[in-house]
Design a protein around this ligand. Sequence first.
Ligand SMILES: [Zn+2]
Length: 305
Amino acid sequence: MPALLLCAKLRLMPELPEVEHVVRALRRVVVGRRIVATEVTLPKLIWPTSASAFKRKLKDSRITEVSRRGKFILIHIEKGGALPHGRATAPARTSEHVVAVHLRMTGKFLYLSADDELPKHARAIFYLDNDRRLVFSDQRKFGVMKLVAKSRLSKTKGIGELAPEPFSDDFNVSYLKDTLARSRRTLKTLLLDQTRVLGLGNIYAAEALFRAGINPFKVSSELSMKRVMRLHAEILEVLRDAISDSSTSRIDLEQPDGVSYGEAFERFWQVYEREGEPCIKCGTRIRRMTHGGRSTYWCPKCQRR
Ligand SMILES: [Zn+2]
């Protein structure tokens, strides 16, 4: 039986749409399952929790939900409190925790049968009650796995500071206007700051700005209301397209080698990695500028300064 492989392209940091796909794929296979045992081969992955505490807290817990906050994958677990059949007494105290996972560069989940060989870079293994293993593999070891009490999640470093979710009511035009108005940074820089605007990485920031016809090097606070509205709409649109379009069906989770999310998504990129190619709107050559190791792509005509 081939492994379910949930992966992201090596050279690309997975962005929010890719993470959302991992969440959905995980949700389909692990929600409702009980964790029988856990193994951690890379202690720094789960820092500051110790491997023994991690194992103890997860043992015999049930996975109740898989969700997402920014690019953190949240595996919700619950322990205790279940009533035996027919018992009407008060349940024992329930503990609710979240395993918050950030894939970073090379982190990925695999859903393996008992016969499947463990991948070389397996860093954490969750043994499930259906004889399957949920494996977190991470070649470059930048991934993060935090075990936090559910009640503490919004105060957890890296999660608590995140800007509102793009599809929530809190991320509205006036939020974006206020956020931009307070910043002298360029749009390109500000849009990548997840504590200000959540959801855009290097790829989708370039795509949203292109769709909105706005120059990436414009100072944030100088954007007119009309343009803020346009940008807000395009941010949502580009994320929605990446999450919901047919690329979902192009990702074959049953392929042992995996089809990378990057490959599946890049077909709809309009400026990203298209330096020198004609703009799809006006034919002008797409330009690229590199700053701090990251490339910015834009059409000099459609996105005039
Ligand atoms: Zn153009």
